[in-house]
Ligand binder design. Structure first.
Ligand code: IMP
Length: 195
C-alpha cells in the first residue's frame, strides 16, 4: 500500500498519525486527494460513523482509508452525549454550551464516572475492514478547570490523575488519551502489514 487516506483535514491529527506510523505508509488528507465533500456522519455509534466516513472515501475515490470518531460517554446519563458530543447543546462545536448542558444534566448526581472513546475504521485496498478502539476512564468535575485542550477537556479528570485534561496539557494527554490509544493500535497493525 503506497498511500493511505486519513478522512480528516485536521492538521494536528494528521501529523500525530504520520509521526506514529514511522513512515511505513504515506498518510494523506482529504484535501490532498481533492475531496472537499461534506461527508455524512449519521450513524448512532462511533463505529458506524467511523465506518461511514472511511467507506465514503473508499467508494468515491477508490483509495484505502481510515477515519475516526470520538466522544464522551457519561455513566449516569447512560452513555450520553456519545455520538452527539460535538453538538450536545444544539450548535456543532459550541463547547461552552455543551459543557454547561452536561453539568446541568448531572446536577445532584454523585456518580461522576465517564469515559472518552475513539473508534478508528480502516478499509484496506481489497475492501477488508478493521476497527481499533481506544478508551480512557475518568470522572466529570463539578465545574470547569483549566484553559488548555478543547471540547470537554476542562471537566474531565482521567483516572490516576487529579487534574483535568485541560490542566494536564497536551504532552500528557497525548500519551494517555482515547485517541492516542486507538491510533497506536492502528499504527501497530499498519506496521505489521506485508509490504
Ligand atoms: P471527534 O469525533 O474527534 O471530532 O470528536 C467529537 C466530539 O467529541 C468533539 O467535538 C468533542 O466535543 C468530543 N471530544 C472528542 N475527543 C475529545 C477530547 O479529547 N477532549 C474533549 N472533547 C473531546
Amino acid at each position: 500500500m503506497e498511500k493511505l487516506v486519513f478522512a480528516t483535514n485536521n492538521r494536528h491529527k494528521l501529523e500525530e498519525v504520520s509521526a506514529m506510523t514511522g513512515g511505513t505508509v504515506k498518510i494523506v488528507s482529504l484535501a490532498e486527494i481533492g475531496c472537499h465533500d461534506d461527508i455524512p456522519e449519521t450513524a448512532d455509534t462511533f463505529q458506524g460513523n467511523a465506518l461511514q466516513k472511511a467507506a465514503y472515501v473508499y467508494e468515491h475515490f477508490g483509495l484505502p482509508c481510515f477515519a475516526d470518531d470520538s466522544g464522551l460517554e457519561v455513566d449516569c446519563l447512560e452513555g450520553i452525549p456519545g455520538v452527539l458530543s460535538a453538538r450536545y447543546a444544539g450548535e456543532h462545536g459550541n463547547s461552552e454550551a455543551n459543557i454547561a448542558k452536561l453539568l446541568d444534566a448531572m446536577k445532584g448526581s454523585e456518580n461522576r464516572k465517564a469515559d472518552f472513546k475513539t473508534v478508528v475504521a480502516l478499509i484496506l485496498p481489497d475492501g477488508k475492514t478493521e476497527f481499533f478502539e481506544g478508551r480512557v476512564d475518568g470522572v466529570i468535575t463539578m465545574e470547569k478547570r483549566g484553559e488548555g485542550g478543547f471540547g470537554y477537556d476542562p471537566i474531565f479528570i482521567p483516572d490516576g490523575y487529579d487534574k483535568t485534561f485541560a490542566e494536564l496539557g497536551e504532552n500528557i494527554k497525548n500519551k494517555i488519551s482515547h485517541r492516542a490509544k486507538a491510533i497506536a493500535a492502528l499504527c501497530e497493525y499498519l506496521k505489521r502489514l506485508p509490504k
